[in-house]
Design a protein around this ligand. Structure first.
Ligand code: UN1
Length: 502
């Protein structure tokens, strides 16, 4: 039975119990989770808040050593953790291994930051006076994460937050509770004092209410959230009332432009991976392929053929993708499938893979889990729900364009701005696309998904509030600049009033 852990101890309270099931084998219960009430969420924030000063007083290089220990422990337990992720959320094993490696990479990046966390020395406009800047931890962070990347994406928040001297309450997705618990145990065994990292298993409403109370009590100074645009808006509004700017990593409708001169086979490979990898359940998954009208027919033909040939099924085997993350995601995706209308041309079968709606060459037993056909929908246009909104499932829309300006306008039209890609052999088109696209991330001749762990990750518009994770950029989320103004002249020098003139 998994419980929330506050101040180093499991919390007994909580009456509701939820099963976390293997979505590829629904009769396999991976864990049972005791759900926390809002008071537990607030208590976790109180514990983190109480532990913060002492953690911030630990020298940053020593905190860096703890991060090094976390990386080493994760690496030593990598295969078990990857297998648990695959069992709990149905991600193919190769992807789960990559995800675990991403935690190790993140630790490797930030362990050195413990010896940097640089401030600046800045000249003063007055003599015998020196100015400095320091990075100070923000305080206590509440981190709320999704389960599609149940260990890598949380580590993008937890590792820099802890390294910078913050304490944390982590609220992982309930359907990935066992993976979260395993990661939590590795973090604390690496040498985190009690209260520095607290784990809360709670549902959305209870978390929101507990967080709201914690904000009222001044216990939380930063919220990090990865999830839907809708919930992100609510969290943004709540934080805004407390004059806080959260780190929001929300949905995407990530476009991929294929120009007339593109390497079509490369573009098809990119579309297959970005559209259907993780069953389309990445925030960076491909939404719409926007293809030049002169190659639209050929692209579609090759994409449909590659999709028909792709292996789908048991995520412990060598497949392109496995099941939906859980029942709730499957139900939401079925609703999105209802957006397919008469004006669209559908390539391939649609919906759940069953005995009545089979897929040739399916790997494993389709009846055991939440498996869906990969769908290509041609002819999507702005104004169609399918074009305008994220579908978070194995569905790729396709449309065509005439001029590059039209392609860029189509790519920006849904108003998201997370990831994007262009396939072209013409550098001028690539640079024009980069400048015109509103996305935080752009790939040239590579997939919309699969960001590397040390580049700024994040989006604009409906994809987020411009905050960035990863690499050195995330330091601005978990530290605040403090300016020091040190006058050793022995008299009161007045800035702006006593200006030295030559
Ligand atoms: C997400 O789906 O929330 O770029 C993050 C990628 C991954 C991260 C996705 N490294 O596809």
């Amino acid at each position: 039975m998994l419980r929330s852990i506050v101040d180093g101890s499991p919390v007994a309270a909580g009456s509701r119990v939820l099963d976390s099931r293997n979505p590829a084998h629904l009769d396999d219960v991976v864990a049972q989770v005791v759900l926390a009430d809002p008071a537990t969420v607030t208590a976790a924030a109180r514990s983190a808040h109480a532990a913060q000063r002492a953690w911030a007083d630990v020298p940053a290089p020593v905190r860096g050593q703890v991060i090094a220990n976390i990386g080493a422990l994760v690496e030593a337990n990598a295969e078990a953790l990857a297998r648990l992720v695959t069992r709990e959320i149905g991600k193919p094993l190769a992807e789960s291994r990559g995800e675990v490696q991403e935690i190790v990479d993140t630790c490797r990046f930030f362990l050195g930051e413990g010896r940097r966390l640089y401030g600046q020395t800045v000249p003063s406009e007055m003599p015998d006076k020196q100015l400095f800047t320091f990075r100070e931890p923000v305080g206590t962070a509440m981190i709320i994460t999704a389960g599609n990347f149940p260990v890598a994406v949380p580590s993008w928040y937890l590792v820099p937050a802890l390294l910078c001297g913050n304490t944390v309450v982590w609220k992982p997705a309930l359907y990935a509770a066992a993976s979260a618990d395993a990661l939590y145990q590795l973090f604390v065994s690496a040498g985190l004092p009690a209260g520095v990292l607290n784990l809360v298993h709670a549902d959305g409403t209870e978390t929101f209410n507990g967080l709201s109370q914690a904000l009222d009590e001044g216990l939380v100074q930063k919220v990090g959230f990865t999830g839907s645009t809708e919930v992100g808006r609510a969290i943004g509004a709540l934080c805004g009332r407390h004059l806080q700017s959260p780190c929001l990593e929300l949905g995407g409708k990530n476009p991929m432009v294929v120009t007339e001169d593109a390497d079509l086979d490369l573009a098809v490979e990119g579309a297959l991976f970005a559209g259907f990898g993780t069953a389309g359940q990445r925030c960076t998954s491909l939404g719409t392929a926007i293809v030049h009208e002169s190659v639209h027919g050929e692209f579609l033909r090759r994409f449909a053929a590659a999709t028909a040939a792709a292996a789908v099924g048991d995520p412990t085997r060598d497949v392109l993708y496995g099941p939906m993350l859980d029942e709730r995601f499957a139900a939401a995706y079925e609703k999105y499938l209802g957006w397919i209308s008469g004006g669209h041309r559908v390539l391939g079968a649609v919906g759940r893979i069953t005995a009545d709606n089979p897929r040739a060459g399916f790997v494993g037993d389709p009846a055991a889990g939440l498996f869906y056909h990969p769908v290509i929908v041609d002819g999507v246009r702005p104004g169609d729900d399918l074009f305008d909104h994220e579908t978070f499932g194995p569905l790729v829309g396709v449309t065509s364009y005439g001029t590059l300006d039209e392609a860029i306008a189509l790519a920006n039209a849904p108003g998201y701005g997370l990831s994007s890609a262009i396939y072209t052999t013409d550098p001028k088109k690539a640079f024009a696309f980069r400048r015109g696209i509103g996305a935080g991330m752009v790939s040239v001749n590579n997939s919309t998904s699969g960001a590397e762990a040390h580049l700024p990750f994040g989006g604009n518009g409906r994809s987020g509030n411009g905050s960035r994770q990863s690499g050195m950029w995330v330091l601005d989320q978990f530290t605040r600049w403090q300016a020091l103004n040190w006058d050793y002249s022995g008299r009161l020098q007045k800035a702006q009033i006593e200006v030295a003139v030559l």
